[in-house]
Design a protein around this ligand. Structure first.
Ligand code: TXA
Ligand code: MG
Length: 326
């Protein structure tokens, strides 16, 4: 069931559920998360079961404040501390060496732990009232598009799950992930906080990722964040050409293609549903997953997407689109 975050008693009910080992979906500034008590193994197992996620894929543990890092991490390298100081609370996850014996199930058996201190006021209120860390992956079934509204979460898990509705997520794509266990910062997943911002805050360059040595990260699987419809990245010239071909066909009764592009196709052929792609990276990230879900809901067979412009501010959006299209 969906509960308005601001309704009296919502946060208290969420805490009750979490203390009982149940799952609660909560809004964060990036995407909605499916939360459980990070130290309760049975509760964490419920996350994996609900998502259909392999149990060796580690989860992010969310904390209310910087002072909780030491509860989960064995050590914090100096450059990681700089990242915490620069970006927490906010859309940045750090992979740190895990304190032995702590949150092993949430960590999927890795000897590291992913930690994030979210900035969303509702996530913060829940974390503060709960007191401990909350393991929370994105609140979608494994391999599917992350939810950016409470309604998306209900689409994924049905009405049984308690969903705290905090409105649409501001960022819209998942947090930037930096691995801090390799002696130098390694970018595992691009997000709103860019590679340049990470390097500036650390005062040193990012190290290259070693694919075979990297810990398992489902968000880094080549095919991920996929809607039902087939996603194809097409240049403006390519989609214009394809639209011409569509217009030459007999009018389709139903929508068969969705298009997310900055430029509006004119004339709009029958069978095509168009959504405008924002021209700045922050707004486009905010739209991305909601647009994919919306076009999916129209029943289109293919979603054509204009590849984002060059520039590191678009890295997060580009990465999600490439995975959706893989
Ligand atoms: O923005 C976000 O990060 C959202 C919100 C809910 O906080 N969460 C999220 O969680 O995207 P999830 O589970 O969908 O993606 C977390 C990513 C996965 O790719 C996971 O494998 C990686 O973080 N991860 C977590 N702990 C890790 C670890 N110890 N080592 C390497 N990767 C880790
Ligand atoms: Mg996810």
């Amino acid at each position: 069931m969906k509960l308005a975050a601001e309704a009296p008693g919502t946060i208290e009910r969420g805490v009750e559920q979490l203390r009982a080992g149940a799952l609660v979906a909560l809004p964060t500034e990036t995407v909605y998360g499916l939360a459980a008590d990070a130290l309760n193994e049975a509760a964490v197992a419920r996350i994996y079961a609900a998502k259909g996620r392999p149990s060796e894929h580690p989860l992010i543990v969310h904390v209310a404040s910087r002072s909780q890092v030491g509860d989960y991490a064995a050590t914090v390298p100096e450059f990681a501390q700089r990242l915490i100081d620069a970006f927490w609370p906010g859309p940045l996850t750090l992979i740190l060496p895990r304190r032995p014996g702590v949150a092993a199930a949430a960590a999927g058996g890795q000897d590291s732990i992913g930690l994030r201190c979210p900035s969303h006021p509702v996530a913060r209120a829940l974390l503060e009232a709960f007191g401990g860390g909350l393991a929370a992956p994105s609140a979608n079934r494994f391999g599917r598009v992350s939810p950016t509204t409470a309604a998306h979460v209900e689409e994924e898990f049905g009405p049984e799950l308690m969903v705290i509705d905090g409105g649409p997520c501001a960022v819209g794509i998942e947090s930037t992930i930096v691995d801090c266990t390799r002696g130098a910062p390694v970018l595992l997943r691009p997000g709103q906080i860019t590679a340049e911002q990470i390097e500036a805050a650390c005062g040193r360059p990012l190290a290259a990722a070693l694919p075979q040595a990297a810990p398992r990260a489902s968000g880094t699987l080549e095919s991920h964040y996929a809607p039902r419809a087939r996603v194809r990245l097409l240049s403006t010239a390519q989609w214009h050409q394809k639209i011409q071909a569509l217009s030459d066909l007999a009018p389709a009764a139903n929508a068969t293609v969705g298009l997310w592009s900055q430029q509006e196709p004119r004339p709009l052929p029958p069978g095509l549903v168009w959504r405008r792609q924002a021209s700045d990276a922050v707004s486009a990230a905010h739209q991305l997953f909601a647009v994919l879900r919306e076009l999916d809901a129209c029943g289109v067979e293919e979603i054509w997407v204009e590849p984002p412009p060059a520039g590191t501010s678009w890295d997060g959006v580009r990465d999600r689109l490439q995975r959706a299209a893989a």
